[in-house]
Design a binder for this molecule. Structure first.
Ligand SMILES: Nc1nc2c(c(=O)[nH]1)N[C@H]1C(S)=C(S)[C@@H](COP(=O)(O)O)O[C@H]1N2
Ligand SMILES: [Mo]
Length: 351
């Protein structure tokens, strides 16, 4: 990794935390270990006064309290979420933003109400094109003062599993994860799942907010219009085996049999294949793959290794049912998005 992490990047990294990779042992990430990403400040919301409005190009605008939402039939869904900037700090040159390595991930069981029936209750106008989701958090980004806002096409907003979630792992949402209500869009990078949701607006034109047009686009240079960041590219991560050195976090383990374990996911389709290398990617071996806890959640895998004394580099890569895989070298883009290059874990095996 290049030198020179700035104090500004460190300031972001100290607020927004990743999931320690040993927590990959949990199928559902315990609350507090799930990664966290907050662009601006965490709002404090009075749940009694809070309302969700659904308006714009609808026949019957709705205003819903938390109790109104809880009165509807709830759905619970395990969803693996990943920040689009995961892997950013491995890119050269390093795009300046939250300097994620590989741990901007987590799988929570989200409970809430499906969005499609709510949109049906409101009644979409015939010229409805997109649905805009507006959070309560305000900030300045790229010189533009804004509320955090993202949009989805009508088809994506009505998609399977798209939830307005008021609970996470059976608890009310914690403040940092969007209390009292957040959008959860399975399979899409995390920026789509707007937290502290306050307003849903149906519009007839493509929404051109900052987080759609400037942020979250794959762009090669500042004048490049680029393409939108959408679904999660395949990734597999291992629990780093053995024990860590405190400062460098280099791994040490005794020689002999060890089962390397981890999880793999993709927002494009089921994981079909996970491969492990113990020689830095020179040769690859199939791992055993287990069932994910749900269609939008990671699948467990295991690889039995008879670790010989010496220095080794463990690597893992996944491929999904659409044929998407993981590159050895990350392709660069100015926002530092979607770097799903293979994980590399150097280990020292002792006699
Ligand atoms: N209102 C609002 N929603 C937001 C964000 C935000 O800053 N404000 N961050 C987004 C980003 S970039 C990610 S990766 C996910 C992170 O969700 P988590 O912190 O619950 O893991 O929330 C998304 N939703
Ligand atoms: Mo993110």
């Amino acid at each position: 990794m290049s030198e020179g992490i700035t104090l500004e990047e460190l300031q972001l990294a100290a607020r927004n935390h990743g999931m320690p990779l040993e927590a990959l042992r949990h199928e559902i990430t315990p609350l507090g270990l799930h990664y966290l990403l907050v662009h601006y400040d965490i709002p404090v919301v009075d749940p009694a006064a809070w309302r969700l409005t659904i308006g714009g190009l609808v026949d019957r605008p709705l205003e819903l309290s938390l109790d109104d939402l809880r009165a509807r039939e709830p759905v619970s869904l395990p969803v693996t979420m990943e920040c689009a900037g995961n892997g950013r700090a491995h890119l050269e040159p390093r795009p300046i933003s939250q300097p994620w390595l590989a741990e901007a991930i987590g799988t929570a069981e989200w409970t809430g109400v499906p969005l499609a029936p709510l949109l049906a209750d409101a009644g979409l106008a015939t010229d409805a094109l997109e649905v805009v989701f507006t959070g309560l958090d305000r900030g300045v980004e790229g010189g533009v003062e804004q509320l955090y806002e993202r949009s989805l096409s009508i088809a994506d907003a009505e998609g399977d599993g798209v939830l307005l979630a008021y609970a996470c792992n059976g608890e009310p949402l914690p403040p940092q994860h969007g209390f009292p209500l957040r959008l959860v869009v399975p399979g899409w990078y995390g920026m789509t799942s707007v937290k502290w949701l306050e307003r849903i607006t149906v519009v007839a034109e493509p929404f051109e907010g900052y987080q759609m047009i400037t942020g979250y686009r794959m762009r090669e240079h500042e004048d490049d219009v680029g393409t939108p960041v959408t679904r999660i590219e395949p990734r597999s991560l291992m629990v780093p085996p053995g024990i860590p050195d405190f400062l460098t976090r280099r791994r040490f383990l005794p020689q002999g049999p060890v089962t390397v374990e981890g999880r793999a996911w993709s927002g494009w389709g089921p994981i079909e294949h996970v491969e492990v290398s113990t020689d830095g990617g020179a040769s690859w071996h199939a791992a055993r793959l287990g069932d994910p806890p749900g269609a939008a959640a990671w699948a467990p895998w295991w690889f039995d290794w008879n670790a010989p004394e010496g220095e080794h580099e463990l690597c893992v890569r996944a491929r999904d049912a659409t044929g998407r895989g993981q590159p050895e070298e990350p392709p660069w883009n100015i926002g530092g998005y979607s770097n799903n290059a293979v994980q590399r874990v150097p280990v020292t095996v002792t006699a």
